[in-house]
Design a protein around this ligand. Structure first.
Ligand SMILES: [Cu+2]
Length: 283
């Protein structure tokens, strides 16, 4: 009991100390969004929350009305009719309208998340049993593998089960095309704060994108049961300003030339995509 209360007393400090983009102790709700994709996903989630809350209270009100108004004491002689055309039309049409209200933003969001029309760089990731491999094809092929830091080797500031030996470094405010595949079994690369979750499938190249809006450390995990160490192949992303990213690429022995050539060949019109104008399919 004593331990329980000391845990409760520690809670505010725990919440403050881990207030990065990792799961918090006693967290309710989702991690703070750090990309346009995550923001739109949260907006859609909130829309659904309003709709289901409304439906739950409406059904609850109907139930209470029936229980009070039509119980044996209040209504000893029940009516004998079994059809009511108006009510049947209403309870068909209203759910259809609700589904349309959900479907329109849902499809918009699906196309928005699908791909970016103007990628400024590419990150290719490969799932292995049980770690991730990363390549930067636009930056002279910088590549490395990223393993979880075992609990016994954690340094101060590292997070158990989430920190990696080689974090993925990415620039902020950049449209990053993400290509994913796997070499052995199906994995899935998921980073909640960025609104990214993409399957990594052997023999297949999947595509998604992200534009990280603020610098920070973002954590994710494999989200496809992939074997005995499925829980121990985390994702750690360090999002840094562009200049810092370029310096990191050079320090890794990569080159900035390929990336510069690519961006000058297709100048990005705007770094921010509007959800009203989803990325165009090019095929
Ligand atoms: Cu996996």
């Amino acid at each position: 009991m004593h331990r329980f209360f000391s845990l409760i007393a520690l809670l505010p400090f725990v919440l403050i100390s881990t207030a990065s983009a990792s799961p918090d102790v006693w967290q309710l709700g989702m991690q703070a969004p750090a990309s346009p994709s995550a923001e739109h996903l949260h907006d859609f989630h909130n829309l659904l929350l309003y709709i289901i809350t409304g439906i739950v209270f409406f059904v609850l009100a109907l139930l209470l009305f029936v229980i009070i108004r039509f119980n044996k004491r209040a209504n000893p002689v029940p009516a004998k009719f079994s059809h009511n055309v108006l009510v049947e039309v209403v309870w068909t049409v209203i759910p259809v309208i609700i589904l349309i209200v959900i479907a329109i933003p849902s499809f918009k969001l699906l196309y928005f998340l699908d791909r970016t029309a103007e990628p400024e760089m590419t990150l290719k990731l490969t799932g292995y049993q049980w770690y991730w491999g990363y390549e930067y094809p636009d930056h002279g092929g910088v590549n490395f593998q990223s393993y979880m830091v075992p609990a016994s080797d954690l340094k101060p500031g590292q997070v158990r089960l989430l920190s990696t030996d080689n974090p993925v470094v990415l620039p902020v405010d950049t449209n990053i095309q993400i290509l994913s595949t796997a070499s052995d079994v199906i994995h899935a690369w998921a980073v909640p704060a960025l609104g990214v979750k993409i399957d990594a499938i052997p023999g297949r190249l999947n595509e998604t994108w992200v534009n990280i809006s603020k610098p920070g450390t973002y954590f994710g995990q494999c989200s496809e049961i992939c074997g005995k160490d499925h829980a121990f192949m985390p994702i750690e992303i360090k999002a840094v300003p562009k200049e810092e990213f370029n310096a990191w690429v050079v320090a890794q022995g990569g080159s900035l030339r390929a990336a510069v050539e690519q961006t000058s060949a297709q100048p990005p019109e705007t770094s921010e995509q509007s959800i009203e104008q989803p990325a165009q399919k090019t095929e």
